[in-house]
Design a protein around this ligand. Structure first.
Ligand code: MV4
Length: 457
């Protein structure tokens, strides 16, 4: 096992990794920017190092400064958390060539999975269903016409280097194709420095179901069941849960087994997630791999009892997986709410500020993963996540009751949060019946003000 690890991240995930290190008997080195110098979680690391100014590009995204911090603190490994440098194959490669273990997949695997066209090819080789679409990138208008007609409209143009919805354009007929192609290419080039795009059949109102994977360096791969992340707004997830509601056990088994096949074919190591779209008939289609620990990983931890961050560190240290697939636990039902410093009544605008009052929920089956305390300042420079509220209960209906109870206990003053929106969702019949898809928040819960036919709320 490592003696000391550097955590190249901030906020709740930095604290999450610090805690895992402490339990493993590994020393933790935290890094921070000028905006985070008073963040209370820094006191829980064995050491903390300032890596630069408030702007991410000066600190958490600055590779030379992160590597310098690793060198001066004499760590053996670097945990990137999520976001920032976590899926940057160049960073993973630089860690490796600087003789630090990158706690994540091999840089080759990150690079491959970063290209959705490559990931599709691996899925097809693994007999994992993909959305019908182009083999590789589409590089001319004429090829796009031909492909779109073969697939059948509507089609979706996606950035090969994309993810999170950037560089995507829906096309409903031939006439829309050239302009949509051009717009998608420009957006992809600006966002990912790669203008390459491909085509897929557009799936109407899909659910988003992802499968958590653990893979060690010896070819052992297990899935830790699925998470349903359909409750989202503008590609920002609001709620995640497991098991996916109303998913027949046969479909669940098939999706989880498909994810394991894909990860084995890819030669992927460490924790990762295979994302799928699921249509109303439970057909499922692979879309992409997330080559990192995800925000919503506690859902799987509470379902299985497996500490995924400790597993990541053990795998990176060369240990073997010890949990056979047949013994993968699944205890009841787990739901997570992301609590963001945003004002849902005013377009989800970020509301940085100081926490002037705080009462955190607790009690049976409740987990609160957060770095904030009374008096904490939420800086304007980063993602607005302030914490994750997770509940575990024997059944979904009991988990919903526990989440309502926990949300009602919450007091956060000084900033606006998404808690009032979550309270609404947990009283909504569609949500309670598990009848939601990825378009539901924007289509039903938050219809645009002034939109024709939109119901008031
Ligand atoms: C799709 C799709 C419908 N059809 N692909 C959005 C981000 C990226 N991860 C994939 N996304 C989608 N791909 C086809 N062929 C609909 C979405 C999508 C979506 C997917 C997952 C979670 C939320 C979403 C919200 C809108 C659209």
């Amino acid at each position: 096992m490592f003696q000391r690890i550097l955590i190249a991240n901030r906020g709740e995930i930095a604290l999450r990794v610090i805690r895992a290190c402490r339990e493993l008997g590994v020393e933790s080195v935290a890094v921070f920017s000028a905006a985070d110098r008073d963040s209370p979680y820094l006191a829980l690391a064995d050491r903390s190092i300032c890596v630069g100014g408030a702007a991410s590009s000066d600190s958490y995204l600055n590779i030379p400064r992160i590597i310098a911090a690793a060198e001066v603190s004499d760590v053996q490994a670097i945990h990137p958390g999520y976001g920032f440098l976590s899926e940057n194959p160049n960073f993973a490669e630089i860690c490796h060539s600087s003789h630090f273990v990158f706690i994540g997949p091999p840089h080759e695997a990150i690079r491959k999975m970063g290209l959705k066209t490559e990931a599709r090819t691996i899925a097809q080789a693994s007999k994992v269903p993909c959305v019908p679409g182009s083999e590789g990138a589409v590089d001319s208008d004429s090829a796009a016409y031909e492909m779109a007609r073969a697939i059948g409209y509507p089609v979706l143009i996606k950035a090969a280097a994309g993810g999170g919805g950037k560089g995507m354009r829906v096309c409903r007929e031939d006439g829309q194709l050239p302009a949509a192609l051009q717009a998608a290419r420009a957006e992809a080039d600006a966002a990912f420095k790669n203008p390459s795009v491909y085509l897929e059949k557009f799936i109407d109102r899909p659910r988003h179901i992802e499968v958590q994977i653990l893979a060690d360096s010896y070819g052992n791969v297990v899935h830790c069941w699925e998470r349903d992340c359909s409750v989202q707004r503008r590609h920002q997830k609001l709620i995640e849960e497991s098991p996916a509601p109303n998913l027949p056990s046969r479909a669940r088994r098939k999706i989880c087994e498909a994810a394991v096949r894909l990860i084995k074919t890819a030669g992927y190591v460490n924790a990762g997630t295979c994302e799928f779209l699921v249509d109303s008939e439970y057909n499922f289609y692979f879309i992409e791999v997330n080559a990192r620990i995800q925000v919503e990983h506690p859902v799987t931890e509470m379902l299985t009892g497996i500490d995924l961050v400790k597993q990541q560190i053990r795998i990176a240290a060369g240990e073997k997986l010890t949990i056979p697939q047949a013994e993968m636990p699944a205890f009841g039902h787990v739901i997570e709410c992301r609590i963001n410093a945003e004002d849902p009544d005013h377009g989800f605008r970020p509301t940085p500020g100081v926490i002037t009052a705080l009462r955190v929920p607790g009690g049976y089956g409740v987990r609160w993963d957060s770095h904030i305390q009374l008096g904490s300042r939420i800086p304007p420079n980063y993602d607005s996540l302030v914490g994750k509220l997770i509940v575990q209960a024997p059944t979904r209906i009991e988990a919903i009751a526990a989440m309502r109870r926990a949300l009602d206990e919450f007091v956060i003053e000084g900033i606006q949060t998404t808690i009032p929106l979550h309270k609404r969702i947990f009283r909504n019949p569609d949500f309670i019946e598990g009848k939601v898809d990825t378009t539901w928040v924007e289509r039903v819960l938050l219809p645009a003000k002034g939109a024709v036919g939109a119901a008031g709320s």
